[in-house]
Design a protein around this ligand. Structure first.
Ligand code: ADP
Length: 611
């Protein structure tokens, strides 16, 4: 990385810190400044005091030095405590703000990128590095250290300047002393740089391990998975795998720490040798009678503090440079652009609901996969029509819907809404014309009303109406708190558990509440019992009203209610037409699937009659 890039990243990060919590950042700087200055007050005034006593000065002068030492130390301590209190209070804010930055980015990131392994690994590495003390939070530490060391260097140099002008200390000794300081500092520079390389290598190599470890804790923490873990006795296998990952991680961690420790042993030796040298030189100077007694402690302390400050400063700068590499990754994640959101056309809100959609030669591959999930798909449908999408599992039905709703963009080909490529529309506006219930829909641990409205505030009567239309009415009537009843127990002790079928009805009500021109139902009855399934089928026309309804199902009985049926096979549309047309093609896939399922219905006559 070039110096200009280092500078740019550093200032961008400092700017961000001030934006996150200005008072915290200021307190960090003042804290570092006071903490550094406070070391020099006793050193400076003690030398003055000893010299005053030595010279037999007046009591008033002696008392004045004592008052100044104690008073100034007290005042600075008071300011330090104040800064620490503010820092402690604001620390939680900083963490919260930072976590929110991640959450916000994750929520705003386009869906297709969430699945990208590249992005998952980048995010994991950034998060892992944050836990090691690097990254954005480390910048507080480096700013703190920089302010502290710079203050110390300035204070030490101004207090020991007179030492280098002492005639009683021979020039060669002064030069040896300076060379000693240089060697110690240079070794510190080398050791810090080497430590940095070792650390970087280590964190790079264990990203995968950490990701694995995190997945194990997710499995254990997920109460849905808890059922299968218990029933199939998977505890031992999970514990064993988890332990193996942990052992591998900690084994490498200990090796890395040992290497770093060995690296710093010589620097401890150098600084102690230097300390010895300084004492010897000063004792010689005192014996020559050229240095005041009070100055001995001042010079020794200041030279040691200077040494610490210089090596600390160099080390901090090294870490700032290393941290810039992490920050570059950190910013690269937050700089990921949402390409899908670049369209700007508004979606015409047509009162006549006249929308038509066309897939023109659309092919699609999921990120990081080789095989095409959709191949050369051509389809056209109009609002107000009921379209059924059928086919065996894995034939591409859900993918077709995901493309229609722009969760992904086609790898090849185009999709048009009213003759315009859907990529040209404003993303949020385009999404607003769809109400979708996916097979793997999510209900949140909020109230039923909030789940249906997908918002904090909602129209109670309309929510109730949608729930009843979706077949949830009877269950709703048993709930004393009605639509204000919480789902699950995460946020309310009184929260209720619901069956898969009930969850599906709530999800259906959510799609109805949105009242968008397109309703897309992906296997809407998969979790329902045959009776409820029949209810949804028979109310299907009423449920969808004037809306275009796209209905994905592998139960063909439901398709008879639709105007048009498209049959998917291995990512292609192989047949298209009404039930009556398709059933006549004895060689066709639809006919084959229909007959396979008709046998099933025959063996359960009750349902077969209803279907
Ligand atoms: P259907 O809805 O007909 O059951 P899908 O559209 O879900 O089929 O899947 C079509 C193909 O795409 C399958 O081969 C499936 O394995 C693959 N697929 C589905 N989702 C993903 C994904 N997120 N990443 C990679 N491949 C996927």
């Amino acid at each position: 990385m070039k110096l200009s890039e280092h500078r740019m990243i550093f200032w961008r990060a400092v700017n961000l810190l001030f934006r996150l919590e200005r008072s915290f950042a200021l307190c960090v700087m003042f804290n570092a400044f006071f903490a550094s200055v406070i070391q020099y007050i006793p050193i400076y005034f003690s030398a003055k005091l000893i010299d005053a006593i030595w010279k037999g000065a007046e009591k008033k002068e002696i008392l004045w030095y004592i008052v100044l030492t104690v008073g100034l130390t007290f005042l600075l301590n008071l300011l330090l405590t104040l800064c620490r209190v503010v820092e402690n209070i604001k620390t939680t804010n900083i963490y919260r703000e930072r976590e929110w930055m991640y959450s916000k980015k994750e929520m705003e990131m386009e869906y297709s990128r969430i699945e990208s392994r590249e992005i998952a690994l980048l995010l994991e590495r950034i998060r892992m590095e944050s836990q090691t003390g690097y990254n954005l939070y480390y910048l507080y530490t480096s700013v703190r250290m920089l302010v502290r060391h710079i203050t110390s260097i300035i204070a030490s140099l101004s207090l020991i300047a007179s030492f280098f002008t002492l005639n009683s200390v021979p020039l060669f000794l002064k030069l040896i002393l300076m060379a000693g300081i240089m060697v110690t500092v240079l070794y510190m520079v080398y050791a810090t740089a080497k430590e940095e390389t070792i650390n970087q290598e280590f964190w790079k190599q264990c990203v995968n391990l950490n990701l694995l470890g995190e997945r194990y804790s997710n499995i254990v923490g997920d109460y849905e998975m808890g059922k299968d873990i218990r029933l199939y006795g998977m505890e031992e296998k999970i514990a064993e795998d988890n332990l193996r990952t942990d052992m591998e991680f900690y084994g490498d961690y200990i090796k890395k720490d040992k290497k770093c420790l060995m690296l710093f042993l010589p620097s401890v030796l150098f600084s102690h040798l230097l300390r010895c040298g300084v004492y010897m030189v000063l004792i010689m100077a005192v014996m020559a009678g050229n240095v005041s007694v009070g100055s001995i402690a001042k010079y020794v302390s200041c030279i040691m503090l200077l040494l610490d400050a210089i090596s600390g400063m160099v080390g901090t700068l090294q870490r700032v440079f290393a941290n810039n590499h992490y920050l570059k990754r950190f910013f690269s994640y937050f700089d990921i652009q949402n390409k899908m959101y670049q369209g700007s056309l508004t979606v015409e809100k047509r009162l006549d609901n006249e929308y038509d959609v066309e897939f023109r030669n659309v092919s699609f591959r999921y990120p990081n996969t080789e095989n095409y999930a959709l191949r050369h798909v051509n389809a056209k449908f109009k609002v107000g029509k009921k379209l059924a999408v059928v086919g065996e599992n894995g034939s591409g039905k859900t993918t077709f819907i995901k493309l229609l709703c722009r969760l992904y963009d086609p790898t090849e080909g185009e999709i048009f809404l009213n003759g315009v490529d859907i990529r040209k529309y404003n993303y949020d506006e385009y999404l607003s014309i769809f109400s979708v219930v996916f097979q793997d829909f999510t209900l949140f641990s909020f109230t039923i009303g909030q789940n249906v409205a997908a918002a904090k505030e909602y129209e109670k009567a309309r929510v109730e109406e949608c729930l009843r239309r979706a077949g949830f009415g009877e269950r709703l009537d048993t709930m004393p708190e009605g639509t204000d009843t919480y789902l699950y127990k995460d946020y309310s002790e009184k929260g209720i558990e619901i069956s898969g079928g009930e969850a599906q009805k709530i999800a259906l009500a959510r799609a109805l509440y949105r009242d968008a021109p397109f309703i897309v139902l992906d296997e809407p009855t998969a979790a329902l019992d045959p009776i409820s399934e029949y209810e949804v089928y028979s109310k299907f026309n009423e449920l969808s009203g004037e809306h275009t309804t796209i209905y994905i199902s592998h139960r063909l009985a439901s398709c008879r209610f639709c105007d048009s049926i498209v049959v998917f096979d291995e990512g292609r549309i192989i047949e298209q037409g009404s039930h009556e047309e398709l059933i006549l093609k004895k060689e066709g896939k639809y006919y084959e699937l229909w007959n396979a399922q008709a046998q099933y219905y025959v063996s359960t006559p009750e349902v077969a009659n209803k279907a």
